[in-house]
Design a protein around this ligand. Structure first.
Ligand code: ADP
Ligand code: MG
Length: 560
C-alpha cells in the first residue's frame, strides 16, 4: 500500500528519514518543481529554479539538502536566505517538519527585531540549518566573520523579493563569507537581469529548472473565490455548501489527513460525504466513486492524486478547499466538472498569503475568478427554508386524508396544538437545525476536534431525495457485500492513526491488505470494515492485540 503513496517521492533517492517525514506530513506526490529540482540538488549541482509562489519550492530545496546533511557535524551546514522574518520562520518550520525523523538536526531562524545575543549563541551551539534574513545575518558577520565558514550549501529563496527589498549588497557580503567550494541554489519567481548578474558572479555552471506556466482555457466552468483565514476554512465550507445548489461535489485538499478531517466534518453536519486518498485501498476507492456516480454519496473530499482521471458526470461543483500547488493542477481539478457539455462551478478558498497564486491562476486560465463573500445569516436561512420547502412540497401533494386524522390523534395524545406538533416534527426532520435568523447568526459549525458518536437509529430516511432538498442524514456509508463494520474504543485521543490499525490487523490478524476496507478514526473510537467470513476467527486472533500500548478489543459493530 505504502509504495503507491510515496512512489513519486520514493524514486527520488531522498534520505529514508526524510521520506518518512514527508509521508507523515501527508504529501502524496512531488510537485513539478520538486520532481525536477531534487535530483539536481542531490547531485551537488548549483541550480537556478524558477517557479511561481505556491508551487512547493521550500520542499524542493529542503528535502534534498536535508538528505545531504550530516547530523553528527554540529555546526552550520546549510544556509537559507529569505526576504522577510515571516518567511524565515516558515522555512525554518518546514525544515523542522521534514527533519523530524532524522534525529539531531537543529534549525535556527535568524532575523531582525529580536536580540542578537541569543541568536549568536544558538549559532555557535551547532545548529546545522540556519534560515536568515540577509540584513541581520550581515550584522552577525560584522561581529564574527568566521561565522559561516562551515556552511557548504546556500539557498537564496525568493531572490527577486530580496533584491526588491534592497538586500543586494548584503547578499554579496554573505557570498564572500562562505567557502568557495559551496553549493549554491537560487529560487525566484522571476529572473530579471539583476538576478542573472548575481548568478553569473556567484554560481558555478548552474543547471536551470523552470516550471513553465501555460495558458489553458476552461470555458463552461463558472469560477469564484472566497478570501478566508486558514482557521475559518471549515466554517466557510459549510456555509458555501448551504447556499450552493449542487448535485454532486468534489472538494480538493492537500493532505490525506485533510481528506479525512473534512469528510468527517461534513458527515457530522449531515452530508453524505467520503474521503478519497492514496491510503485507501483501490477497491474501496472504486466503491466511493461508484457511490458518487449513483447518488449514494454527494460529496467526495480528495487529494489531487486520488482524484486523477475521476469522471463523474453528476459533479456540478469543484471546491478547492486548499489551494492547488500549481495552476496546471487547478485546471485539472476544475475539469472534474463541466463535463460532457454541461456547465460547472468551481469554488476556491484563498488565504491571505495565497493571493499571488490566485493571480497566477487567473493569468494561466485567462479568466477572472470572481470574488464572493462569506454567505451571511440571511442567505443561509433563506437557503434552508428553500430546501425545506422543496422537500416537503411533494409530500404535501401526496398526503392523504387519513394522515390528517393521525395528526389529530397525535395532538390529542400529546395534548398539543397542530402548530406545536408541526414544530416538533420539523425539529425532528431538520435535526434541530436553526431556522430563525438569530440562531443562524449565533451558529458555530461543529468543530473538527469535537467528534461525537452519532446516534444511528433516530435518523428519518427519506428516499428519492437529491440536491436542492433537505438531505437525509446518513450516519454511515453503505457497506459492501460480505463486509461488516467493527469497532474499537481506540481513537484519535489515544494517538491512533488509520495506518496503526491497519498494520495491527494485517500483522496480528494475518490478513492481506485488500481484505480490509475503510478505516475511520474518530476522536474516541474507530471503525474498520472487515470481511464477514471468518470474522470470529479473526477477532480471536486479535484478542490480545495492543495498538499504541492499549488493548485493541475489536468488536463487531451493530448500527441498529
Ligand atoms: P512556494 O515556496 O513555491 O511558494 P511552498 O514551499 O511555501 O511554496 O509550498 C506551498 C504549500 O504547498 C505548503 O503548504 C506546502 O506544505 C505544500 N506542499 C509543498 N509540496 C507539496 C506536495 N508535494 N504535496 C502537497 N503539498 C505540498
Ligand atoms: Mg517559498
Amino acid at each position: 500500500m505504502t509504495e503507491s503513496i510515496v512512489g513519486g517521492f520514493a524514486a527520488l533517492n531522498l534520505h529514508p528519514a526524510v521520506l518518512s517525514a514527508i509521508t507523515a506530513v501527508g504529501y502524496e506526490e512531488p510537485s513539478a518543481i520538486q520532481a525536477q529540482s531534487i535530483p539536481v540538488i542531490l547531485a551537488g549541482h548549483d541550480m537556478i529554479g524558477q517557479a511561481q509562489t505556491g508551487t512547493g519550492k521550500t520542499a524542493a530545496f529542503a528535502l534534498p539538502l536535508l538528505s545531504l546533511l550530516d547530523p553528527a557535524r554540529r555546526e552550520p551546514q546549510i544556509l537559507i536566505l529569505t526576504p522577510t522574518r515571516e518567511l524565515a520562520l516558515q522555512v525554518a518550520a518546514a525544515f523542522e517538519r521534514y527533519s523530524s525523523d532524522m534525529g539531531g538536526v537543529k534549525v535556527l531562524a535568524v532575523y531582525g527585531g529580536a536580540p542578537m545575543g541569543p541568536q549568536l549563541k544558538a549559532l555557535r551551539q551547532g545548529a546545522q540549518v540556519v534560515v536568515a534574513t540577509p540584513g541581520r545575518l550581515c550584522d552577525h558577520l560584522r561581529r564574527d566573520e568566521k561565522l559561516l565558514s562551515t556552511v557548504d550549501r546556500l539557498v537564496l529563496d525568493e531572490a527577486d523579493e530580496m533584491l526588491k527589498l534592497g538586500f543586494m549588497e548584503d547578499i554579496e557580503a554573505i557570498f564572500q563569507a562562505l567557502p568557495e567550494s559551496r553549493q549554491t541554489v537560487l529560487f525566484s519567481a522571476t529572473l530579471p537581469a539583476s538576478i542573472r548578474a548575481i548568478a553569473e558572479r556567484n554560481l558555478k555552471s548552474p543547471k536551470h529548472v523552470k516550471i513553465a506556466t501555460k495558458t489553458q482555457t476552461v470555458e463552461s466552468i463558472e469560477q469564484a473565490h472566497l478570501m478566508v483565514h486558514a482557521d475559518q476554512k471549515q466554517a466557510a465550507v459549510l456555509r458555501l455548501l448551504e447556499v450552493e445548489q449542487f448535485d454532486a461535489l468534489i472538494g480538493f485538499v492537500r493532505t490525506k489527513q485533510a481528506t479525512l478531517d473534512i469528510a468527517e466534518m461534513l458527515e457530522r453536519n449531515g452530508y453524505r460525504a467520503a474521503a478519497l486518498n492514496g491510503d485507501i485501498a483501490q477497491a474501496q476507492r472504486e466503491r466511493v466513486v461508484e457511490s458518487l456516480k449513483d447518488g449514494t454519496l454527494d460529496i467526495v473530499i480528495a487529494t489531487d492524486v486520488a482524484a486523477r482521471g475521476l469522471d463523474v458526470p453528476r459533479i456540478t461543483h469543484v471546491f478547492n478547499i486548499d489551494m492547488p500547488y500549481d495552476p496546471e493542477s487547478y485546471v485539472h481539478r476544475i475539469g472534474r466538472t463541466g463535463r460532457a457539455g454541461r456547465t460547472g462551478r468551481a469554488l476556491l478558498l484563498v488565504t491571505p498569503r495565497e493571493r499571488r497564486m490566485l493571480q497566477v491562476i487567473e493569468r494561466v486560465t485567462g479568466q477572472k475568478v470572481a470574488e464572493i463573500k462569506m454567505p451571511d445569516a440571511e442567505t443561509v436561512l433563506e437557503a434552508r427554508l428553500q430546501r425545506l420547502t422543496n422537500s416537503l412540497k411533494p409530500l404535501l401533494e401526496g398526503a392523504e386524508a387519513a394522515r390528517g386524522e393521525i395528526g389529530t390523534e397525535l395532538c390529542r395524545r400529546l395534548e398539543c396544538t397542530p402548530e406545536q406538533l408541526a414544530a416538533a416534527l420539523l425539529a425532528k426532520l431538520t435535526q434541530g437545525q436553526a431556522l430563525d435568523l438569530e440562531s443562524v447568526r449565533r451558529e458555530q459549525p461543529a468543530a473538527p476536534a469535537a467528534a461525537r458518536e452519532r446516534p444511528a437509529g433516530d435518523r428519518p430516511e427519506r428516499a428519492g431525495e437529491r440536491s436542492g432538498e433537505a438531505r437525509p442524514r446518513r450516519p454511515m456509508e453503505p457497506l459492501a457485500e460480505g463486509r461488516v463494520r467493527c469497532r474499537t474504543a481506540l481513537g484519535k485521543r489515544d494517538g491512533i492513526a488509520a495506518k496503526n490499525l491497519l498494520g495491527a490487523i494485517i500483522n496480528e490478524g494475518k490478513m492481506v491488505r485488500e481484505a480490509i476496507g475503510r478505516i475511520q478514526v474518530r476522536e474516541t473510537f474507530s471503525l474498520v470494515e472487515l470481511p464477514e467470513e471468518g470474522l470470529d476467527r479473526l477477532l480471536g486472533r486479535l484478542k490480545e492485540t495492543r495498538v499504541a500500548g492499549k488493548a485493541l478489543r475489536l468488536r463487531r459493530y451493530h448500527e441498529e
